[in-house]
Ligand binder design. Structure first.
Ligand code: XMP
Length: 557
């Protein structure tokens, strides 16, 4: 079977914020472009760990994408995968309507690694016996390596592994070997081949435990053995390779004459996106920086100084503070705020594009987690949590076409690319800031008066945490203030006060997809609280948010 990428394009359907699909004239390759010579496809059967598999594979310097288990064959082919990884999932292979194994992967001639449910699907399809379980096995276990396998080359025996499964395999398929066992799991790992008429012999491997979670001691090595020793990958997913292929792709897409607009927010994502496009097409890129009035203290000045004055980008500044605030008046619903702000941004860009003449392209710093969490059609098995405005809020009649060079990157990969592009550490390590800005941190209705209070409190939080120079375990990934809609009673001097409650949020996270609240030193919390109630008029109480993600999200709205 020949695997060949197609360069064809089509109009795709994005979801509007009510969740119904809408046709948007966004041209996107029918199939994703592959920014590395080699790739692996992860088919998602609904496991909570699927993204972790993707992280681990990328950390092993192999490009991969998550596709739904029922993704069209052409989407899979387009990535020209060297191998497949099948994720776990909550179903039992015996459930009515349980996700099925796509037959094409067996016929593709590429190695397959099934994890948990993925392995059970393979075992059942190839004639093994999957035993239905009443109870789940959950937690640490020891897997004894009972036969040699390239998957476990040079690894200690037994392996400390993490189990999380209901059903298990009682008998592997005919011709398959059991390569690991544990006390409760007769087939903790299996290995064999699939061959059919016309196709090559395909190595098929399965793990009942989860190599992608940190609790499996040698998990990274096991995945690397699969990628390198079994799939034959070389590990070409590096920032340099990404930069070269992306610049080339942008040049091909935009052509010799094409002009692009870039929505610059000052954050690392749009800075890296703009720099990449700038390297590809130079002055034919115009960056637009909108001051929507929802920026943090000193932010507008600093963006102008960095990008226009220091980096010399072609930058237009739009002061739209009044416009945004008018639109947001009395809007309380977070999704409505996001949608409105997203639409407003696009509208402004379109105005700018018209003024500039023949601009056809809009550059955005959309990242892979945004794509996954917004549950666009590419990842239809994920449920939508928030509409990140740069994915979901596009109006149906949008005239600009998108360039999203970071669409398949995780945050830490963007930082590596930024550093490779020579951006300063100050930009590369800037903490994330949501597109809808302070509008999703002023809980409830947004007004200039409330923004003034939030900005002042937020500046104190940022200054104190940054001064505390927390490192290692204590390092904080993102920290900010939230203006709650609560008023509380206080006493100041001799008088009673009845004023705002500010919440402080500080989290540790690797990529924003999961997060834990930061155990800030009491001393730092105390300084923040004292300074806010003393220095910010209109605030008489400060609380600290001690919720992780999940179940909360990092932002409050
Ligand atoms: P949540 O609140 O969903 O946020 O846990 C995860 C990360 O994403 C940032 N965030 C956004 N970024 N547009 C963005 O570019 C958005 O609409 C948006 N909403 C949240 C958030 O600050 C955190 O880093």
């Amino acid at each position: 079977m020949s695997l060949q990428a197609s360069g064809e394009s089509k109009t795709i359907a994005l979801r509007d914020t009510e969740g119904s699909p809408q046709a948007v004239s966004v041209e996107r390759p029918l199939v994703p472009h592959v920014p590395a010579a080699e790739a692996v496809v992860i088919l998602d059967f609904g496991s909570q760990f699927t993204r972790l598999i993707a992280r681990r594979v990328r950390e092993a310097r192999v490009y991969c994408e998550i596709l739904p288990h029922n993704a069209p064959f052409e989407a899979v082919l387009a990535l020209n995968p060297r191998g497949f990884i099948l994720s776990g999932g909550p179903a039992s292979v015996y459930d009515l309507g349980a996700p099925q194994l796509p037959e094409y992967i067996l016929e593709s001639g590429r190695p397959i690694l099934g994890i948990c449910y993925g392995m059970q699907l393979l075992a059942r399809r190839l004639g093994g016996e999957v035993q239905y379980a009443d109870r789940r096995e959950y937690g640490q276990a020891y897997a004894e390596l009972v036969a040699t396998s390239p998957l476990f080359r040079d690894l200690p025996n037994p392996l400390s592994v993490w189990m999380s499964h209901g059903d298990h395999i009682a008998l592997p398929p005919p011709g398959f070997s059991v390569i690991a066992q544990s006390a409760n799991t007769p087939v903790a790992a299996m290995s064999g081949y699939y061959s059919s008429a016309g196709a090559k012999k395909v190595p098929v491997l399965g793990l009942q435990f989860h190599p992608e979670v940190n609790n499996t001691d040698q998990g990274e090595e096991i995945l690397q053995r699969f990628l390198y020793d079994i799939c034959g990958c070389q590990g070409d997913w590096t920032p340099e390779h990404f930069i070269t292929t992306t610049i080339q792709e942008i040049q091909d897409k935009v052509g010799k004459e094409g002009r692009a607009l870039c929505a610059l927010s000052g954050g690392v994502d749009s800075a890296v996106a703009a720099t990449l496009v700038n390297q590809a097409i130079g002055k034919r890129l115009t960056c637009v920086f909108v001051n929507n009035g929802l920026l943090r203290q000193g932010e507008a000045e600093s963006v102008l100084e960095t990008f226009r004055d220091r980096l010399g980008l072609n930058l237009i500044y739009i002061d739209a503070r009044e416009r945004f605030l008018q639109k947001l008046e009395n809007v309380i619903d977070p999704e409505e705020k996001r949608k409105l702000i997203g639409n407003e941004f696009i509208w402004l860009f379109e105005q700018e594009a018209r003024k500039l003449g023949k601009v056809k392209w809009l550059v955005q710093g959309t990242l892979y987690p945004d794509v996954i969490e917004s549950a666009t059609p590419e990842t239809s098995s994920a449920s939508r949590i928030k509409t990140h405005h740069n994915v979901g809020g596009l109006p149906p009649d949008m005239e600009l076409k998108l360039i999203e060079p970071l669409r398949y990157l995780f945050k830490d990969e963007v930082r590596q690319v930024g550093a490779e592009l020579g951006l300063s550490p100050e930009i590369v390590w800037r903490q994330p800031f949501p597109g809808p800005g302070l509008a999703v941190r002023v809980i409830g209705a947004v007004s200039e008066e409330r923004l003034v209070v939030l900005r002042a409190a937020d500046a104190i939080v940022r200054e104190e945490i940054s001064n505390a120079q927390l490192e290692g375990e204590a390092a904080v990934w993102q920290y900010f203030a939230v203006l709650t809609p609560l008023q509380s009673v206080g006493v100041m001097g001799d008088g009673r006060t009845y004023s705002n409650v500010v919440a402080v949020r500080a989290v540790s996270s690797k990529d924003g997809m999961t997060a834990d609240w930061s155990r800030l030193p009491y001393e730092t919390l105390s300084r923040i609280s004292n300074r806010i109630v003393n220095e910010v008029p209109g605030v008489n109480r400060v609380v600290y948010d001690i919720t992780s993600k999940p179940p909360a999200t990092i932002e409050w709205e």
